[in-house]
Write a protein that binds this ligand. Structure first.
Ligand code: UFG
Length: 316
């Protein structure tokens, strides 16, 4: 059993991580400023501290007596990061440095960090393992990569052991329906399709149907949020039993095209989703699929949600 401070634990991925930690018998304290995290995502049996990662003193105080930190607090809108880099420098980079410094001050030794496949940018290969060069093409991805580098230095200098989990496309919600908060103003494919289904939008715009893929639309590796969550718990447990610091990809190793995702929703919901083909979106690679071999081997992790229709069923 570990005492774990989950920073960003009221958010979309964080709340699922909290549930997985509780299932694993760990003691959780959630730290969140509720800027995008939601109170409805908190489990009442956990301690909750409403504070910001820019508040260094609050971080040091919250860190007392904790064995480990899981850090998921970040700004994550790719487009916004290009228009307002300062917001991302401050929240993602300064905020993460505050967390690392507070860990040093409080003597907390372990950190699991929410990174992203965005660190790879536009890779030349389709299947991405961790040896693929990290060349982010947006500022959001750059901040995630820089934080990984800071963690490497804090490991060397201060002995903080970390796992950076590079998520591919996170989708779905808790299958038991225990996590009820839904992202407000979603920016990603599946929640947008669901908004079309619910009548909140007229149609889905498919960005490009002339990609060199099986149906012309982009292919991504959609990984269920509960599978991401279980990887955090395994990473924490392995770190605490002596595993060296690592960066690990998390994906299903299977690609789904935009059209296939639309078809999955149509099948699950028994409806027709109106679509319109629009020009390609800048910065979209044709296909991004994870190799998660390293996570499978080092953590003994295996995604449970491999069927896209099962994933879609958990989204509504
Ligand atoms: N898409 C559409 N129409 C839409 C929205 C998306 O056609 O209205 C397409 C995109 O062009 C892309 C695919 O659906 O081909 C997935 O797009 P998302 O915006 O859902 O996700 P991205 O792959 O662009 O990026 C996501 C996260 C990033 C993260 C990345 C990691 O948003 O934060 O996965 O792979 F870095």
């Amino acid at each position: 059993m570990a005492k774990v401070l989950v920073i960003g634990g009221a958010g979309y991925i964080g709340s699922h991580v909290v549930k997985a930690l509780m299932k694993g018998g760990h003691e959780v304290c959630v730290y969140d400023n509720l800027s995008t995290g939601q109170e409805v995502n908190l489990f009442k049996q956990n301690r909750f501290i409403k504070a910001d990662i820019l508040d260094y003193e609050a971080l040091v105080k919250a860190m007392q007596g904790q064995d480990a930190v899981i850090h998921l607090a970040a700004k994550k809108a790719v487009g916004e990061s290009m228009e307002n880099p300062m917001k991302y420098s401050t929240n993602n980079i300064t905020g993460s440095l505050n967390i690392l410094n507070a860990m040093v001050e409080a003597g907390t030794k372990y950190m699991v960090f929410s990174s992203s496949a965005a660190v790879y940018g536009m890779p030349k290969v389709e299947v991405i393992d961790e040896s693929v060069p990290t060349e982010p093409i947006n500022y959001y991805g750059f901040t995630k990569l820089e934080i990984e580098k800071f963690m490497q230095w804090y490991d060397r200098l201060k002995g903080i052991k970390f796992v950076a989990l590079r998520y591919f496309n996170a989708v779905g919600y808790d299958e038991d329906g225990e996590i009820r908060g839904r992202e407000v103003n979603p920016q990603n494919l599946l929640p947008i399709i669901m908004e079309v289904y619910e009548g909140k939008r007229d149609k889905l715009k498919i960005f490009g149907n002339d990609y060199p893929t099986r149906d012309g639309t982009c292919i991504r590796d959609y990984i269920h949020v509960s599978d991401l969550a279980s990887a955090h718990v395994l990473a924490l447990e392995k770190l605490m039993s002596g595993m060296a610091s690592q960066s690990l990809n998390l994906g299903t190793e299977k690609g789904t095209s935009v059209k296939e995702m639309v078809e999955a929703v149509e099948k699950v919901k028994g409806c027709k989703i109106p679509v319109e083909y629009a020009p390609r979106r800048a910065g979209d690679p044709a296909a991004l699929i994870a190799s998660a071999k390293k996570a499978r081997e080092l953590l003994g992790w295996k995604p449970e949600f491999t069927d896209i229709c099962r994933i879609v069923k958990t989204q509504a």
